[in-house]
Write a protein that binds this ligand. Structure first.
Ligand code: FMN
Length: 442
């Protein structure tokens, strides 16, 4: 006879939680995997797990009015005749026209230009709006070669060879048929309305030696003027950084697993790649081992949200950061203003990630002309510029409190970790101790 214990409430499994059960049922009902945009939604060790120490008796803060704290950064001085000079180390990451509307791309260009920083094209090529409104524009050279145009290589201020992305290292992008408008199809030289999968590897190389040849080719095409970046997803950051440097990169862009994507399989986003925090120190170590730290610049991306995140990435040794998701939020993505429409799509502001469907109420991740019109690129550009300004000031405030007259003078010594995981990954001591897991101490 079974016995019902009246004292113990029904207990759900931590392994088979409600979300997991719903996903199993969804897969069973539809037979297709889930595709979505954005980055990982699970909690992984992150910049929140680090704290700055600030000044004390042994450290001297900067005095407010008289002492300056510089935020500028030069990218690409290793070989390029025309390196890029930015007023802030916060750049806008590559996001494709196709995934984003023309107005959204224009807004990113406008905002970045006001703030004195760069923006980046993406899978799908360079639009005139984007070039026209971006003072400094980085042109992505991608495995898909969608929208690739040798003339645009010369119109760009720098070139970013994309090997991978943090949300999907080893995977390619997706753009579903509903977003392939006439213009997108024309730029990509592919049929309208048909799903597109971007290639996951470059057609003409299989390893670092081919990358070296490709970098040389791009330098020749652009008269050795433009910095060449190499972007990789956070997988094997020590070796990837070392190989990119060996192949001749001026700048390494390293994108951790929290990095956003326009669309890919959920299982990929949640299970492949390393957290951003875990990527930085190995990459910096590779640069230091090669005597290239601060000579080849390191741009970190994947989950950067605030000036504190920027300051922490720089303190760990990065030269600059790139933002994707946060820039989209600044221009109006997932804004509660559109809550009623999010509800109709079966979601809510803050959780909307079906960017591949092209139904974005905010007019950002869509090619629908009526929805796109909702985004005013001038006002949205101003919002992005405000946000970039606030983040820069926040990072500067922290650097000043640590006594640094340049953001690049922040160092691991300024940080402590709140958790063992963050301590091990960032290689800074656990707060209140001098202990770093794996490094000994007292
Ligand atoms: C809508 C969207 C489109 C993207 N398109 C591209 C792309 O075309 N090429 C690329 O290298 N990365 C692309 N990414 C990734 C970003 O360049 C960047 O690595 C990532 O967004 C950084 O993480 P964050 O979103 O947390 O800031 C895209 C990201 C988003 C959100």
């Amino acid at each position: 006879m079974s016995y019902h214990n009246p004292y113990t409430p029904p207990r759900k499994s931590a392994t088979f939680d409600d979300y997991t059960l719903a996903e199993i049922r969804r897969a069973a009902a539809t037979g297709i995997y889930d595709i979505r945009g954005a980055g990982t939604k699970r909690k992984v060790p992150h910049f929140d797990d680090l704290l700055f120490l600030g000044a004390s008796i042994s450290r001297y803060p900067l005095e407010g009015y008289r002492e300056k704290c510089d935020t500028s950064v030069v990218l690409g001085a290793r070989y390029a005749k025309k390196p890029i000079v930015l007023k802030t180390p916060i750049t806008i990451a590559g996001m494709s026209f196709g995934a984003l509307s023309g107005n959204a791309k224009e807004a990113l260009g406008r905002g970045a230009t006001i703030a004195g920083t760069s923006t980046t094209t993406g899978d799908g090529g360079m639009t005139d709006e984007e070039r026209g409104h971006s003072q400094t524009l980085v042109y992505q050279y991608l495995p898909s070669r969608y929208g690739m145009n040798p003339k645009d290589l010369r119109r760009a201020d720098a070139i970013e060879i994309v090997v991978g992305q943090g949300a999907k290292p080893g995977g390619g992008g997706m753009l579903l048929g509903q977003k392939i408008s006439d213009r997108v199809a024309n730029m990509r030289n592919l049929p309208k309305g048909i799903d597109q999968r971007s290639a996951c590897r470059h057609p003409d190389w299989t390893g670092p030696d081919d990358l070296e040849i490709k970098i040389m080719e791009l330098r020749e095409i652009t008269d050795w003027e433009k910095p060449i970046y190499v972007k990789v997803g956070g997988a094997r950051p020590y070796y990837d950084t070392a190989l990119a440097v060996k192949a001749g990169a001026d700048v390494v862009v390293l994108d951790g697993m929290q990095g956003g994507t326009a669309a890919t399989q959920d299982v990929f986003i949640e299970n492949v790649g390393m957290p951003t925090l875990a990527c930085i120190r190995p990459a910096v170590q590779a640069l230091q081992d090669l005597g290239m730290h601060r000579k080849v610049q390191l741009i970190i991306s994947g989950g950067i949200r605030s000036g504190a995140d920027v300051a922490k990435a720089l303190a760990l040794g990065a030269d600059a950061v790139a933002i994707g998701t946060a820039a989209l939020v600044a221009i109006g993505d997932n804004d509660p203003h559109w809550e009623e429409e999010y509800q109709k799509l079966g979601t809510t502001a803050g959780a909307y990630d079906d960017w591949h469907e092209g139904k974005d109420p905010a007019g950002i991740t869509t090619q629908d002309p009526e929805l796109s019109k909702r985004l005013d690129p001038v006002a949205a550009g101003r919002r992005l510029a405000n946000y970039l300004k606030v983040m820069t000031l926040e990072a500067q405030t922290i650097a000043r409190a640590c006594g640094k007259n340049h953001l690049h003078n922040l160092e691991p010594e300024d940080l402590v970790a709140l958790t063992l995981e963050a301590s091990a990954m960032a290689q800074v001591p656990l707060a209140g101790t001098s202990w770093i897991p794996g490094k000994g101490g007292f």
